[in-house]
Design a binder for this molecule. Structure first.
Ligand SMILES: *[C@@H]1O[C@H](CO)[C@@H](O)[C@H](O)[C@H]1NC(C)=O
Ligand SMILES: *[C@@H]1O[C@H](CO)[C@@H](O)[C@H](O)[C@H]1NC(C)=O
Length: 210
């Protein structure tokens, strides 16, 4: 009987001891997992905070880039936008009467196809700010007076005196809408003569509206 009790009690104590050991191991593992979890939780919250800051910064940058892009004038038309430029001159003496357009017949460049050599009218294919220039040359005893007109209204005057082979140049910078018309017309009454190919009419789009 005593031996049975002994065996039983040693069994029980063995179970208790081994239980105690295994409980301690579990607690350790649990503890480790817990601290790893806490550590990760901290890291995640730090990362979240950093992500939030980065998102804010990204947002600020994107806004800045947007407003910067919106403010850049599109000088001389970037890729993807159609440029506009024309350069013309007379091929021979040209008599023009009062209020009539000078039809420059030699078309050297007509990017955008805005200029019509039969009417002498440049019609803006694109809205924007344009540089337009005109040069005249007079013949002896006949001065020449012209003006650049936009939709029929003078926006610049040009003159070469009657001493002969005098030259005048006048340039304007003007806003044009699509289909606004610009041309050179005689402004002096009577008929005047422009001397040969020393007379030119040119222009180009500086930048499109934004
Ligand atoms: C053009 O004008 C000039 C100067 O006024 C004149 O001598 C000439 O006869 C005119 N030519 C024509 C074809 O009208
Ligand atoms: C410009 O003129 C052309 C030809 O007359 C026409 O087809 C077009 O609709 C006009 N565009 C604008 C914006 O007025």
């Amino acid at each position: 009987m005593a031996s049975v009790v002994f065996v039983l009690s040693s069994c029980v104590s063995f179970i208790l001891v081994s239980n105690a050991f295994s409980t301690k191991d579990d607690a350790d593992v649990l503890h480790d997992i817990r601290s790893a979890y806490d550590e990760m939780k901290k890291e995640v919250s730090t990362l979240k905070e950093e992500l939030k800051l980065m998102k804010q910064k990204h947002c600020e940058c994107a806004t800045k880039v947007d407003s910067y892009n919106n403010k850049i004038p599109r000088f001389l038309v970037p890729n993807g936008q159609a440029p506009v430029a024309f350069h013309t001159h007379l091929s021979a003496n040209f008599n023009v009467s009062s209020n009539h357009a000078v039809a420059y017949d030699m078309v050297k460049i007509n990017v955008g196809d805005g200029y019509n050599k039969f009417s002498g009218i440049f019609k803006a294919p694109t809205a924007g700010l344009y540089f337009i220039t005109n040069t005249v040359m007079s013949m002896p005893n006949h001065g020449i007076h012209v003006e650049i007109v936009k939709n029929g209204v003078a926006i610049g005057k040009n003159w070469a005196d009657h001493n002969g082979y005098e030259s005048g140049t006048m340039s304007v910078i003007t806003d044009l809408d699509v289909n606004d018309s610009v041309w050179v017309r005689d402004s002096d009454g009577g008929t005047e003569r422009l001397e040969h190919d020393y007379n030119s009419f040119s222009g180009f789009l500086i930048y499109t509206e934004y």
